[in-house]
Design a protein around this ligand. Sequence first.
Ligand code: GAF
Length: 390
Amino acid sequence: MGVRTAFFGGGRVTAAETFAELYGRAPEGVWAAPGRVNLIGEHTDYNDGFVMPFALPHTATAAVRRRDDGVLRLHSADADGAPVELHLDTLTPASGWTDYVAGVAWALRDAGHAVGGADVHIESTVPTGAGLSSSAALEIVTALALNDVYELGLKRWQLARLCQRAENVFVGAPTGIMDQTASACCTEGHALFLDTRDLAQEQVALDLAAHGLCLLVVDTRVKHAHSDGEYGKRRAGCEAGAASLGVTALRDIAYEDLDAALARLDDAQVRRLVRHIVTENRRVERVIEHLSAGEVRAIGPVLTEGHASLRDDFRISCAELDLVVDTALGAGALGARMTGGGFGGSAIALVEAASVDTVTKAVEAAFEGAGLAAPRVFTAISSPGARRLA
Ligand code: GAF
């Protein structure tokens, strides 16, 4: 789920210039797609549930020109050497960053869209391995560029679905639809309330600064090695729970019916997974209710409850994420939780703007005290979704 691109300071000019140096002619255009942070609604997206991500200012940028000879030439600012040359008719996964780009071309062609090849140069500022969707940003920027240069006319939600298919089938990661939809469809100043069953979307205004608040992202810089297999196990466990309860997906279990549903499940592990998904969907609704009522501070405790559920029921937190959450809360954060797939990556903390320094320093000191490398801490600003830059 992570890609090896960690180029900082990229963008329109650099990407176009580097493209011209690499390929000997100008690109047809330059596109950008952001990473995301998820406010609430974790692991609900493969259970037909609710999620609420927003786009970060960090983006994957792609300079692209079409070619009609069935060849894909791919280059990343973060990869050494010449462009990788692939043939559309013989695409196979290579277990590297090119899979996220080639996989999108594969998914488009597999769905019957005429894509004849492309020269591509990528620069990304989305931190990798941080649970902030660097791979979805790479997929969506590729899809948006190919959609434009080949005039495919696909809508953003369709591009997100095709990118999810690229990730599930070509890359082989059994992820849901949240990250791709967030990158493609988020808008500046909003969180995206997404119903992953029918992809119905609502842009919910999120102006934390206007309320004197700030959402800190703390990237632990830790990614535990077993994480990919564990994601698949959680997904399989949720599907087993839905099957035992006779529903299409755990989304179909109403919060009011949770106790009765749990009583029907024999497997303690599956019971815990079901409890997380059903309560997490309810937490998304509670966050929406609070935001709609202008009670922004009230979402803090809901985020913290979400962390407890991910830690104790879904069991995907880790010592470093718990340390961020506990330290941030101890230093005055209104709420905190891990965000993204888990087993490392990032946590978020809702803090008073006046407490940003205190909370940041407390987390940094806690990491130092525990003998851990310094975390990367930054303020999450709700930013635009994928777009054409030039
Ligand atoms: C990862 C996946 F890619 C998403 O689909 C989602 O399941 C998330 O983990 C957890 O909410 O980012």
